[in-house]
Design a binder for this molecule. Structure first.
Ligand code: SAM
Length: 392
């Protein structure tokens, strides 16, 4: 391996460690030795070794449908998975094959990694990449990961590297006793990477971490919807709900009412705390994101920033929209159209502050089979397969 590739890989590992990820020595070793550039063969190595998600495939509308995930979040999830030498692991979402190669390094020669992807061409490329990296033993399968992969079951560990709406019955059936499942779970529009284990009749979480993955496609995709509003803004809704993007663009072009909240939470607190609070408590919750630099006035002061976009959250009512923003340095609520939703958003902000600004820290999620009565928690999210109980 040329010296500069080694240096690039060590620099990336240093960045991952600086984020507090890769606490498990076998994850550190995998990141130190598996060559990411072989999984992104069309990129110059300097780009392949950035701590960034890299989109490798888009659909006909330009939406990303495959990528190599950001190394830091991959390391966080591999820590959560806690796979050990000799174990059998199933990955859902093979993508470039890079995570499967990290898993192969962690479980070693006595272990076995199987990775499933929905798209045959993605699997083909992953095969080429894995072979080039000397990982011919990783088994790749084209199929819907919601069905798992019965041929290699049972698995000691199952990990999804694509956002899941619900927990598929196949994952429970194919997990070995004492096994662990790690998934980017959708909590009504925001995701948390959750490590679950079975506890009798239900799943219980061992850890949860903020994350943001492209969503699973296919019959198990869930009801989330996104709309393009104007040239550069994307509206995300947790439920399938009819929206007229042109009418919304016109409303957002009006001058809003601006109400200060009297607080100045950081972008990280808003991402981790307030957006989670809204998502699980407010059915009319919405997210708006804009490609960085596009400069739509509404989003210019958006309080949250992702690497390539500005992001905000709010409530989409029938006759008005309310969005979080910043004004004079403090968190503010912008109200468009009917003021009622702006008042409701302000009340959520105040409730979140009074509750001590909770975020993912201390969040526990139990998932019971849908339709089975179980204990109550702070929040209950009913989905097709599971009833998710969130408590702090
Ligand atoms: C973020 S990428 C995975 C990244 C990958 N683990 C890597 O290391 O490059 C998500 C992948 O999930 C796949 N996917 C989407 N829906 C799926 C489904 N229902 N079953 C299996 N794979 C799916 C996509 O085709 C995409 O390749």
């Amino acid at each position: 391996m040329p010296v500069e590739l080694n240096a690039l890989r060590l620099r990336l590992l240093g960045q991952v460690l600086q984020q507090g990820a890769a606490t498990d020595p076998s994850v550190v070793n995998a990141l130190r030795t598996v060559p990411r550039h072989l999984f992104l063969p069309d990129l110059p190595p300097e780009q392949a070794y950035r701590d960034e998600a890299i989109v490798t495939k888009r659909d006909g509308d330009g939406r990303p449908i495959s990528s190599s995930s950001q190394p830091t979040i991959m390391a966080i999830m591999l820590d959560q998975l806690a796979a050990r030498g000799g174990q059998r692991v199933l990955e859902i979402g093979a993508g470039t094959g890079f995570n499967a190669a990290l898993l192969a390094s962690i479980v070693g020669g006595r272990g076995r990694v199987t990775s499933v992807d929905l798209d045959a061409d993605t699997v083909e490329h992953a095969r080429e990449n894995l072979d080039a990296a000397g990982c011919a033993d990783v088994a790749l399968v084209t199929g819907d990961g919601a069905l798992g992969c019965p041929d290699g079951a049972p698995y000691d560990r199952i990990i999804a590297t694509v956002g899941v709406w619900d927990l598929a019955p196949a994952w429970r059936e194919q997990l070995a006793p004492g096994g662990r499942l790690v998934v980017p779970l959708d909590l009504h529009g925001v995701q948390r990477s959750v490590a679950f284990e079975l506890a009798g009749d239900h799943w219980t979480s061992r850890s949860a971490q903020p994350c943001g993955f492209m969503r699973m496609r296919g019959p198990f995709a869930g009801p989330e919807r996104s709309y393009r509003v104007g040239e550069s803004v994307t509206l995300s809704l947790p439920h399938d709900r009819a929206v007229d993007p042109d009418a919304l663009a016109a409303v957002l072009a009006e001058a809003p009412t601006v109400v200060g909240t009297g607080t100045t939470p950081s972008a990280a607190e808003l991402f981790d705390g307030l957006s989670l609070w809204l998502a699980v408590r407010e059915p009319r919750w919405c997210g708006l994101s804009e490609v960085a630099g596009a400069g739509v006035p509404t989003l210019r002061a958006a309080p949250m920033r992702a690497p390539e976009s500005t992001v905000t959250a709010g409530i989409l009512g029938d006759d008005g929209v309310a969005l979080l923003s910043r004004a004079d340095g403090e968190l503010a609520v912008l109200g468009y159209g009917d003021d009622t939703v702006a008042g409701e958003l302000l009340a959520h902000v105040q409730d979140w502050i009074s509750a001590g600004r909770p975020g993912t820290d201390g969040l526990r999620i139990d998932a019971y089979p849908a339709g089975v009565s179980g204990p109550d928690g702070d929040i209950v999210l009913e989905k097709a397969e599971c009833r998710f109980i969130l408590s702090w």
